[in-house]
Write a protein that binds this ligand. Sequence first.
Ligand SMILES: Cc1ncc(COP(=O)(O)O)c(C=O)c1O
Length: 392
Amino acid sequence: MKFSKRLDQLPAYPFVEISRVIARKRAEGADVVTFGIGDPDIPTPSPIIDRLARASRDPANHRYPETDGLPQVREAIAAWYKTRFGVDHLDPASETLPLIGAKEGIGHAAFCFLDPGDVALVPDPAYPVYDAGTLFAGADSHHMPLTQENGWLPDLSAVPAEVAKRAKVLWLNYPNNPTGAVAGAGYYRQAIDFARQHDVALLHDAAYSEVVYDGYKALSFMEIDGAKDVGIEFHSLSKCFNMTGWRFGSVVGNADMIQALFKIKSNLDSGIPQAIQEMAIEALTGPQNHIDENNAIYQSRRDRVMDALIHIGLRVEAPKAALYLWARVPEGYTSASFTAQLLDDTDIVVTPGSSYGAGGEGYIRLSLTTPDEMVDKGIQRLRSWRIPPPKE
Ligand SMILES: Cc1ncc(COP(=O)(O)O)c(C=O)c1O
């Protein structure tokens, strides 16, 4: 069989590997505690499920959906941006588009902007799909380091002039996976100026905008003047509405960019099942109180797991948002060797920071979407673990 060169270049998706490790360990009889993938353990709120039950019985929803979604779902997306962020300038018909999860839109967006030889500016570490889409489009990623010193915000002035010239796309993601960092209006303004100056599309991924702690409120990049001239924002119901399993995301912003993504998508997919679009309408326009309730659960887990990590000598700071702790591994360990040691000694699964790019080396990521009983078990095991000296 002759497969494409592209396939050879594509690394295995990190969570496929992690799921295999968990399955193998469990098959061996281990009682695995996983802080791996960010997949809310809290069920989807009942009114949203009730809406699905009703919608699934309507024969109109048994047929092909349209790629651009029901007009009502696009109106619900625009209305949510208005109530949540005060963004009242989105035209539902031309400036919103539903997605089969944000991942799908993010992956496909590369095809709208990138040809072979072009450059995408991608933070490092980052959600792996920005790089994967770039690779599918035959373009090159230029990695912009995220460091504690730069507040995990790429230093746009450090992008070399010749790279900026070839760049067509700038990816940003706040609240950030994996670091938990957030961005303020000043940073978005700088990014919009950069995008204007170098004529690049600014693609902002706001999948975690609602997962926030200590009273923090995340901004939408669409709140900033000029955002719609240069960019689009991806969003997702996965993390904020406990809906990873249902697959619903959205993108809003620049009409030409949305139209380009629609053209790509309509050639590849046939839209989101309509009953799921109805769930999304319910989620976006219905009561939002579960968001604070979920965040209180995640925040308590954040604090308890952080204490345990500090107890065993790891350095970690309390994130203001997103679902993750981003902890430095001890001196002498790599992300992978520490992850392996932890698994061997305690049957605890975490994600090595290096899965998010070379810039994640030296860190591990712990997801807070682990059920409380498992969190307690994990904390107990961590607290009684003595980290052995690293192997030479
Ligand atoms: C930064 C970021 N963007 C997008 C997604 C994908 O979201 P969805 O479930 O809507 O595809 C994830 C999922 O982990 C993510 O971490």
